[in-house]
Design a binder for this molecule. Structure first.
Ligand code: C2E
Ligand code: CA
Ligand code: CA
Ligand code: CA
Length: 280
């Protein structure tokens, strides 16, 4: 027999509640007659370390729960993945971010047009119909595919290397870029890196956090940047928080940086204000 554990019951109940709330929030945000959107997309700029110019943005989802306040994606993405709700959520983020990027590209013309990185969960990456959806978004927004980047993690690739290769090829046919997110935290394999057409490596912030504190860690960051150079991939350092880290990354010839030192993620309106100040 099993002992009844009240804490497990509470956990299951809370979890069920969150799942229901998530379902409602997605309907309220994405249905055509959406009147009370609970999700919003925040944008964090990505900077060239050498020139200090904005290169583009990463789109990050936010949930404003009517009773519980802001809930971090860390606390709901896993449930959204388990329930399949991640697919409509990721698609809504993708579409919203593409419209926003198109507007910013028009308002802030640059020699190299601004780019947008969007996170895709593994569940979504292998969902049939993703490419068709992507095509419809590109057509509807008139966005140049080469200015869109999709971020996936290594574990997604390892999960199904054959399907990943097919997907990445289809992205490449549309000139949509692929970024390997959280690089260094998964089961990095050089052979995968070499054979999959990723355009960008994002060094996980756990490495950037320790920059200048531990020699071995610094050597790892240096090795990742050099790996990017060899494989002709752009390298983005995540979680850059201090000017010392910027200086170190510059010494290492790391191309791009993203983090609180440059800017926190902001909603579209606040980011437009930020851009008005940052781009003349
Ligand atoms: P991620 O893709 O690694 O995104 C970077 C996270 O680091 C973001 O957390 C961002 O706010 C945070 N960050 C940026 N700069 C700094 C910094 O200088 N210091 C520190 N400590 N943190 C920094 P956030 O927005 O809470 O998102 C957490 C994770 O949730 C993301 O990690 C991503 O895996 C996932 N996520 C967010 N939005 C989406 C989405 O639309 N779809 C999917 N599938 N996943 C998403
Ligand atoms: Ca990411
Ligand atoms: Ca990341
Ligand atoms: Ca992460």
């Amino acid at each position: 027999y099993e002992v009844f554990d009240p804490s497990m019951y509470t956990y299951a109940l809370k979890r069920l509640q969150l799942e229901n709330d998530l379902r409602r929030a997605i309907v309220r945000t994405t249905s055509p007659e959406a009147t009370q959107p609970e999700f919003s997309v925040y944008y964090q700029p990505i900077f060239s370390i050498a020139t200090q110019q904005i290169e583009g943005f990463e789109a990050l989802v936010r949930w404003q729960h009517p009773e519980k306040g802001t809930i971090s994606p860390v606390d709901f993405i896993a449930i959204a993945e388990e329930t399949g709700l991640i697919v409509p959520l990721d698609r809504w983020v993708l579409k919203t971010a593409c419209y926003q990027l198109r507007a910013w590209q028009a308002q802030f013309p640059m020699p190299a047009p601004l780019t947008m990185s969007v996170n895709l969960s593994g569940k979504h990456f292998y969902q049939p119909g993703l490419i068709e959806f992507l095509d419809s978004v590109l057509e509807e927004t008139g966005l140049d595919g080469s200015t869109l980047k999709l971020e996936i993690t290594e574990s997604i690739v390892i999960e199904n290397t054959e399907a990943a290769a097919v997907m990445l090829k289809q992205l490449r046919d549309r000139k949509v870029q692929a970024c390997l997110d959280d690089f260094g935290t998964g089961y990095s394999s050089l052979s995968y890196l070499h054979s999959f057409p990723f355009n960008t490596l994002k060094i996980d912030r756990s490495f950037i956090k320790q920059l200048g504190m531990e020699e071995e860690n610094d050597e790892i960051v240096k090795a990742i940047v050099n790996l990017g150079l060899i494989l002709r991939m752009n390298v983005v350092a995540e979680g850059v928080e201090t000017p010392e880290q910027v200086a170190q990354l510059k010494d290492l010839n790391c191309h791009y940086g993203q983090g609180y030192w440059f800017s926190r993620p902001m909603n579209g309106e606040a980011m437009t204000e930020f851009l008005l100040g940052a781009i003349e």
